[in-house]
Ligand binder design. Structure first.
Ligand code: NIG
Ligand code: FE
Length: 381
């Protein structure tokens, strides 16, 4: 197996509880894995050496929440919001119209462009949801296209009830033929549990059907209202409750006492001009927190994990170290993955080289493109 030694690492932020942060470090890539890491003075021989000239290295970001299979955009809806319109779930239906009308080639090209943006932003693993098809054919196309780009595919047939379809007929379709068609191409099932989308009982029924079909649950919870979604996510042992914008103390306690990750999506609060979630209360209570982009054409059309980190620090009072942890190992936990999110021997060699001496610069220099290089499985992309 080919070995590559990254040397001259000014700061290696491993996110591994045993290793922590190393200065003047080196990291050996053996095939697609981390083979060794430690002080540069102890580095082993390697086939190739690359001097990083004092730059910071961290694990690649794990974006555990993204909606990337769609056509069209909603820039006009964003502009209306910035002059006072509220964000509502209803805008999803205009993206559904555009997505149904698009051919596979267009959807594939849009998805590939967004995947390239994510990689350029330091993301090495991303989750991708369906949810802009909302009929059997277009949901199936969506999960198949997503599976071409990632192993973390989520069936989100229960995003909203599409126009012109009876609510209970639609729920039967989602739990029946749509789930049956999509489950072979997906790992996860998700529901938008929210006013204007699906209530707790409906969400529970869809998630239980997904579990019975072999999928694992995750949930859009408490985005616009205290919807009861967080409690449902914990009840069902979901991997993640996402958004968590409106939390009661009992929701925070439930998350802290569970294995359900609280996934926070500050690019959405930024783009919908909403209050940010109480990350401090979650962290102080002991909940596991992840940060993700939620890239989608409606509530937040950004692939910038560095900006999400900067917002988490500036607006949500997370320390820079907590924010980077949430964007790496937190995301891995939200996807129940042990092979990514940390840099340790045997982990996948997914990493980010910053054009900066420390990860502090991600929040200290907001909006500046600091991702010098992204490596996935030991290969620069
Ligand atoms: O996570 N909340 C539900 N889904 C997306 C928004 C979808 C849209 O507005 O198109 C979200 O914010
Ligand atoms: Fe979402």
């Amino acid at each position: 197996m080919t070995t590559t030694l990254l040397t001259g690492i000014g700061l290696l932020a491993t996110q591994d509880d045993e290793l922590g942060e190393l200065t003047d470090a080196a990291l050996l890539i053996t095939g697609d894995r981390v083979g060794w890491l430690g002080p540069a003075t102890d580095a082993p021989a390697a086939d190739r050496r690359l001097d990083l000239a004092g730059r910071c290295v961290l694990p690649g970001f794990v974006d555990s929440h993204a909606h990337l299979v769609f056509a069209g955009d909603r820039a006009a809806e964003f502009a209306a919001r910035m002059t006072g319109q509220p964000y509502t779930a209803g805008g999803i239906r205009s993206t559904v119209t555009a997505t149904r009308a698009a051919g596979d080639e267009l959807l594939r090209a849009n998805l590939a462009r967004l995947a390239a943006e994510l990689h350029a932003a330091g993301v090495t693993t991303f989750e991708c949801k369906s949810g802009y098809g909302l009929d059997v054919d277009t949901e199936l196309r969506s999960v198949r296209l997503a599976a071409e780009q990632t192993s973390e595919v989520t069936f989100l047939g229960a995003h909203v009830v599409p126009a012109g379809v009876d609510r209970s007929d639609y729920l039967d379709q989602v739990r029946g033929p749509m789930l049956a068609a999509c489950a072979p191409h997906a790992r996860w099932v998700d529901v938008f549990c929210e006013a204007g989308a699906f209530d707790v009982a409906e969400s529970r029924a869809v998630l239980q059907a997904g579990i019975a079909a072999g999928l694992q649950p995750r949930l859009h919870a408490n985005q616009l209202t205290a919807s009861g979604g967080v409690q449902l996510a914990v009840e069902l042992g979901a991997a993640s409750a996402d958004h968590c914008t409106h939390l009661a103390p009992s929701d925070i306690d439930a998350l802290a006492g569970s294995s359900t990750v609280a996934t926070l999506l500050p690019l959405v609060e930024f783009s919908t001009r909403s209050p940010y979630p109480d990350a401090r209360a979650l962290l102080d209570a002991g909940a596991t927190v992840a940060l993700a982009t939620d890239c989608n054409p409606g509530s937040g059309f950004s692939t910038s994990m560095p900006l999400a980190i900067a917002l988490a620090v500036r607006e949500m009072r997370m320390s820079p170290a907590e924010a980077v942890r949430a964007a790496t190992v937190g995301g891995a936990r939200a996807l129940r993955r042990d092979d990514i999110g940390r840099l340790a021997v045997g982990q996948r060699a997914d990493l980010v080289v910053l054009d900066a001496p420390s990860y502090l610069h991600l929040a200290y220099r907001p909006g500046v493109p600091l991702i010098q290089q992204t490596w996935i499985g030991g290969v620069p992309v």
